[in-house]
Design a protein around this ligand. Structure first.
Ligand code: HDD
Length: 724
């Protein structure tokens, strides 16, 4: 078990205390933990049990007796073990950690976590996919949830975001429709964890506001290499409030220190078969190995007076603010350093609510955010079964709570006293109210002068400009992946009229993109299609009063939108497969091993069998995986040391050759030394040894540089031909 102690340097007796260097939240959770070591098995009433294998019967072969309270207790608990999975984001993985502030932003916010640089605020973070069920594979093409619970000294703040900076819809009223469209089709419950089906594209093609988030979902952002290598976004425009009560608009960004990296769609499909827990395992293993994932927190701040300065509406959650227009100011760092003790108790029972807010942060009128403020509390009632869900250990704040809310299912505390109302005199007016100066939350006083109306603002009607900006900002290889994703997804739809509507809409974003997709589908782009919304449901003057306008170009490209501009300076935690058999050259392997380990990579020996293998110096080495139990798509690069006997064995085994071909196909780095080159000669790589990420008898440093680049995309004109 990784000790938190190793990484803590704080000295503050606030959220983190120095005793054992554990956060106040971890210490709080420890109060609820149960250690079974050395303990006798008991019933829930503490009764020691002498047989948990046999029920109580009327005779050795007789029927089971109703009297058997041991059987009843055990089976009853089992019968009720499951709770409803989350309606969305059911598949998830989580970890504990802490947040530290680099510099105070007190001019904007009075929140303690944004003003006190000495604090280490405990956090619990849950990552998730959206559409799939709890047991669905990790590498689905999907948005990833990125939910952060800050256990602050002023109460709990939840920043419930995604790994993409925008959302599919503008108003919470449409959320059930969006989710019903993407989830498995209700008649046959197919497909699982996949958007590539008719109902989703029926909805998307009739709901043009979805197109921005949709094109992000068609990009590689939807198939991350690791949960540790994706960005996070609060999406909505929130408000920061300073101690003078002044407000600024803000958007929150999480930037991973390992950079933003993805796999290709073909790899994703294979990874789902080879290890459907790929992301969950990767997060767990990295933390256990002490490679703690980190994200820097950035804020984009917009003065209130600039609210109407932009070509888009700040309240529209389908729009991002390009970093060229408002730079991201980095203000702190989050580190995840501890895995949960129990998946159900922590990861499953954690309840995030966008309505969990603290003084110094406030909401805006974004209609999606406003609806979320209702939905999340409501859903916990059916998921966790009681308004007392805040008492579950993972959900309870690190500060005391006192109020007049009472009773309900599973009340775990014992409120004392005669009164449960306010005002009272019988309890001295307690629990009493606080003033703002004493830290009380006070909603931002916003001037409103409007009529009550069920409508959508015209300022929300630009649906094409930002998808087009996103597409223009991508590198060539990213654009190719987007086109391939549209072609794949629409190719899975059965209805031509849906595909035609989509092609017409893609053409509103980018002509070339639409042509490529149309070619792949073997269809033409419709020329003068009547507007899809009107065509499908008939025009209603009020509902459709603002039709989407033509795309505008207020910025040619935005650098931050392309993964080609991410960080490529580290190979830390990259998985390197070393293909070996008995007799491999230790002289070749040692310097590579030393260098890769020094850089933080994870080396895995892949041998023809499990157990151990011998190098040419007669030493035994533990095998990490036999070739039969693993696949190349689970690794970032491969290395093959020489050694005559080892190489002869590898050449004889077709799976090793497939391993090499696949690694080449997906543009990853390959290094071989001495006889290792002979294995390459049996593979597709034999013709491409001058490829810049294929290293034959090259230095370890050059190999490291290639791995850090993540992929050699220049290779793809050849690699596309590799038949695996
Ligand atoms: Fe949501 C869960 C993120 C819009 C209703 N959402 C959920 C989770 C994440 C998000 C990360 C999983 C939290 C966890 O790990 O437990 N949701 C978003 C983002 C949105 C968004 C970034 C838009 C910007 N969501 C949204 C709307 C509604 C919901 C508009 C309803 C009107 N979301 C839910 C929910 C869930 C949920 C049904 C399911 C489980 C839960 O809340 O606790 O209430």
């Amino acid at each position: 078990m990784v000790l938190i102690t190793d990484n803590f340097i704080g000295t503050i007796e606030t959220s983190y205390t120095m005793k054992n260097d554990k956060s106040t939240k971890i210490k709080d959770l420890e109060k609820s933990q149960k250690d079974m070591t050395g303990k006798a098995l008991t019933t829930n009433q503490g009764l020691k049990v002498n047989d948990t294998n046999n029920s109580l019967k009327s005779g050795e072969r007789g029927s089971t007796l109703l009297e058997d309270f041991l059987l009843r207790e055990k089976i009853t608990n089992f019968d009720h073990e499951r709770i409803p999975e989350r309606i969305v984001h059911a598949r998830g993985s989580a970890a504990h950690g802490y947040f530290e502030l680099y510099e105070s932003i007190e001019e904007y916010s009075k929140a303690g976590i944004f003003t006190d640089t000495k604090r280490k605020t405990p956090v619990f973070v849950r990552f998730s996919t959206v559409a799939g069920s709890k047991g669905s594979p990790d590498l689905a093409r999907d948005v990833r949830g990125f939910a952060v619970k800050f256990y602050t000294q002023e109460g709990t703040w939840d920043l419930v975001g995604n790994n993409m900076p925008i959302f599919f819809i503008q108003d919470a009223m449409k959320f059930p429709d969006l989710i019903h469209a993407v989830k498995p089709e209700p008649n046959k419950e197919i497909p699982q964890a996949a958007s590539a089906h008719d109902t989703f594209y029926d909805f998307v093609s009739l709901t043009t506001e979805t197109l921005h988030n949709h094109i992000w979902a068609m990009s590689d952002r939807a198939i991350p290499r690791s949960l540790r290598m994706m960005e996070g976004f609060g999406i909505h425009t929130f408000r920061l409030i300073n101690d003078k009560g002044e407000a600024h608009f803000v958007k929150f960004h999480w930037k991973p220190t390992l950079g933003v990296h993805s796999v290709t769609w073909e790899e994703a499909v294979k990874i789902n078969g080879a290890d459907s827990d790929f992301h969950r395992r990767d997060l767990w293993d990295a933390i256990e190995a002490g490679h703690y994932p980190e994200w820097e927190l950035g804020v984009q701040i917009v003065p209130e007076e600039d609210e109407h300065k932009y070509e888009f509406d700040l309240l529209d959650p389908t729009k991002l603010i390009p970093e060229e227009m408002v730079p991201v100011k980095i203000i702190g760092k989050m580190t995840l350093n501890k895995n949960p003790e129990n998946f159900f108790a922590e990861t499953e029972q954690v309840a995030f609510l966008p309505g969990h807010i603290i003084p110094g942060i406030d909401f805006t009128n974004d209609p999606l955010l406003q609806g979320r403020l209702f939905s999340y509390r409501d859903t916990q009632l059916s998921r966790l079964g009681s308004p007392n869900f805040h008492q579950i250990p993972i959900n309870r704040p690190v500060v005391d709570t006192h109020n007049n809310q009472r009773d309900a299912h599973m009340q775990m505390s014992i409120p004392k006293g005669q009164t449960a109302y306010f005002p009272n005199s019988l309890s001295g007016g307690c629990p009493h109210l606080s003033k703002m100066a004493e830290g009380a939350f006070h909603s931002y006083e916003e001037r409103i002068d409007a009529k009550k109306i069920r409508t959508r603002s015209e300022s929300f009607s630009d649906h094409f400009s930002q998808p087009a900006l996103f597409y223009r900002s991508l590198a060539d290889w990213e654009k190719e992946h987007v086109a391939a994703a549209y072609t794949f997804e629409l190719g899975k739809c059965n209805h031509d009229h849906i595909k035609q509507r989509m092609l017409w809409l893609i053409a509103q974003i980018d002509d070339e993109l639409a042509k490529t997709v149309a070619n792949g589908l073997g269809m033409d782009i419709p020329k003068d299609i009547e507007h899809p919304i009107n065509q499908a449901i008939g025009a209603d003057a009020d509902v459709n009063k603002h039709q989407p306008g033509k795309k505008k170009n207020y910025l040619d490209k935005s650098e931050a939108l392309s993964m080609a501009n991410t960080r490529f300076d580290s190979i830390a935690t990259r998985q390197i497969a070393v293909l070996v058999a008995d007799g491999f050259s230790m002289t070749n392997f040692q310097p590579i091993k030393d260098k890769l380990e020094k850089e933080g990579a994870m080396i895995k020996l892949i041998a023809p069998h499990g157990g151990t293998i011998k190098c040419d110096q007669g030493m035994e080495h533990k095998v990490d995986a036999s070739i039969a139990t693993t696949e190349s798509v689970l690794f970032d690069a491969i290395y093959i040391p020489g050694g005559k006997k080892s190489i002869e064995t590898l050449i004889e085994n077709g799976k090793y050759i497939k391993f090499i071909n696949e690694t080449f196909k997906y543009c990853k780095a390959i290094a071989v030394d001495d006889e290792g080159e002979q294995v390459l000669n049996h593979s597709f790589v034999s013709k491409f040894k001058d490829d810049k990420a294929v290293h034959v008898n090259d230095s370890a440093a050059n190999f490291v540089t290639s791995i850090a680049k993540h992929r050699n995309w220049d290779r793809r004109e050849h690699s596309d031909k590799v038949p695996v």
